[in-house]
Design a protein around this ligand. Structure first.
Ligand code: SAM
Length: 161
């Protein structure tokens, strides 16, 4: 039922081959067991969810606790991937996939800005997610609003040119 086409929706035959290989670096634990239970977008005052990072990527969390907010990228593994036009359930207007934040997309990558509550043993406890329990984790980045890039070494840059 959740994958049935609605009025005005259009599916295409997706290409058979893949261009990129992704590695699932962890798993997201949430209170929601079905897509229909999830919020449409996470809220930073929503329930605490747990991001479990797998070995050998736990080392890559070093320094993350200094960031109050993070950007999480995850893989919407229950989505169909072949729609170019969609008719969202909450808004009866057909629009192109790239004009929506729907999880149905050729590469079902979702992003959320989350509030980091605490870090313990390779687990991040956060608020602000909107995915089903067990959703695969793709990446974690500091929220760009909090991130200060390392100072560029101007001498090194100019000596190269
Ligand atoms: C509208 S998307 C927004 C995702 C992300 N915040 C974004 O903007 O990229 C969130 C919805 O995706 C659906 N969803 C959640 N987990 C999913 C999964 N593992 N696979 C497919 N769909 C999922 C639920 O219906 C949820 O309400």
């Amino acid at each position: 039922m959740e994958n049935d086409l609605r009025a005005g929706e259009q599916a295409v035959a997706p290409p058979a081959s893949t261009d990129a290989g992704l590695v699932f670096i962890g798993r997201i634990r949430t209170p929601w067991t079905a897509r229909s239970e999830c919020p449409r977008q996470g809220a930073v005052d929503g329930p605490v969810c747990t991001i479990e990072v797998f070995d050998p990527w736990i080392e890559a969390l070093h320094g993350i606790a200094q960031y109050p907010t993070l950007e999480i990228l995850y893989w919407m593994n229950q989505s169909r991937r072949d729609l170019v036009r969609q008719n969202p359930a909450n808004d009866d207007r057909v629009r192109g996939t790239f004009a929506l934040r729907s999880p149905i997309r050729p590469n079902p990558i979702a992003t959320s800005i989350v509030r980091l509550e605490r870090v313990e043993n390779g687990r991040l406890h956060v608020r602000g997610l909107d995915c089903v329990d067990g959703t695969p984790l793709l990446d974690i980045k500091p929220d760009r609003k909090c991130f200060t890039p390392p100072v560029v070494d101007i001498d090194a840059v100019t000596s190269r040119s």
